[in-house]
Design a protein around this ligand. Structure first.
Ligand SMILES: NC(=O)c1ccc[n+]([C@@H]2O[C@H](COP(=O)([O-])OP(=O)(O)OC[C@H]3O[C@@H](n4cnc5c(N)ncnc54)[C@H](OP(=O)(O)O)[C@@H]3O)[C@@H](O)[C@H]2O)c1
Length: 266
């Protein structure tokens, strides 16, 4: 049986839509006090209202995770309000669709600012509190695109590879403490992600239907991980094949991807 999450305090970044919204709702159903973080206040209010309808309450924190001082203030406010922070779900992020040649230095800074630096700032801000209280759980939402570089999303993939690297390092650095670090690797998930994706090309990309899941399925895997911490979570189990093929025969995956992208990019 997993840990009872009732009464725990969680921060969910990117809680205004998709995976973050579903995760916040599921955590609230488990009796977790949730802080909802993202830029769009109106959308956070909607999620908070849904949480109220479940008989729970949430704190809304409209802010930009790429701003370190805002992240630090957010964590301080949560600790002031609730006295602790048990779970941090680093989920805020966005994608870019562009070849490496089309990616500018500014694009790279922008995507790293949110997907990677946002994660780093939040980890730095919660760790002193988790160390003081003697436990905690950091759950970083990576992607299968953090296990293998995909064409036209090289910058996005790089942010997720970087996220994996600091998560793996931190996991070992924290061994001997009761602070856990987990990585979650969703495949294509039906959310607003593909609507807000910054497309720098003239082409349209249709994400693979066969390898896709719902935000609710990913959220369920995240909450299960909060109850039973594990280093890595693959909400779509078949994704393991892709990871294994890439590890043992990357050329085979190159071939498959070349064919796939030729047919999908219009
Ligand atoms: N969808 C997929 O296929 C997929 C697959 C693998 C991994 N993922 C990862 O899953 C995570 C969630 O994505 P999703 O699919 O749920 O997409 P989504 O519906 O577009 O949600 C992204 C969330 O991030 C927030 N966000 C973006 N920039 C932010 C910023 N600067 N500061 C604060 N919040 C910010 C957005 O809220 P605001 O706009 O209100 O700020 C939104 O709540 C991302 O890290 C993504 O990389 C997604």
């Amino acid at each position: 049986m997993g840990k009872n999450l009732e009464g725990c305090v969680a921060i969910v970044t990117g809680a205004s839509s998709g995976i973050g919204r579903e995760t916040a709702l599921l955590l609230a159903k488990k009796g977790v006090k949730v802080a909802l973080v993202s830029r769009r206040e109106d959308r956070l209010k909607d999620v908070s209202r849904e949480i109220n309808e479940l008989g729970a309450s949430a704190l809304i924190m409209p802010m930009d995770v790429s701003d370190q001082s805002q992240v630090e203030r957010m964590v301080e406010r949560i600790v002031e309000q609730f006295g602790r922070v048990d779970i941090l779900v680093n989920n805020a992020g966005f994608g870019q669709f562009a070849s490496i040649e089309e990616t500018s230095t500014g694009d790279l800074h922008e995507i790293f600012g949110v997907n990677f630096m946002g994660t780093f700032y939040a980890i730095k801000a919660v760790l002193p509190h988790m160390r003081k209280q003697g436990n905690g759980h950091i759950i970083n939402i990576s992607s299968v695109a953090g296990k293998r570089g995909f064409p036209f999303t090289g910058a996005y993939c790089a942010t997720k590879f970087a996220m994996n690297a600091i998560s793996e390092a931190l996991r070992i650095e924290l061994s001997g403490t009761k602070i856990k670090v987990s990585l979650v690797y969703p495949v294509t998930t039906k959310t607003e992600f593909f609507d807000v994706l910054k497309n720098k090309t003239e082409q349209r990309f249709q994400p693979p239907e066969m390898f896709s899941q719902s935000a609710y399925q990913v959220a369920r895997a995240i909450v299960k991980c909060a109850e039973n911490p594990s280093p890595e979570v693959l909400p779509f189990p078949l994704a393991r094949f892709l990871i294994v093929i890439n590890a043992i025969a990357p050329g085979v995956l190159d071939y498959i991807l070349r064919r796939y992208y030729k047919s999908k990019i219009k």
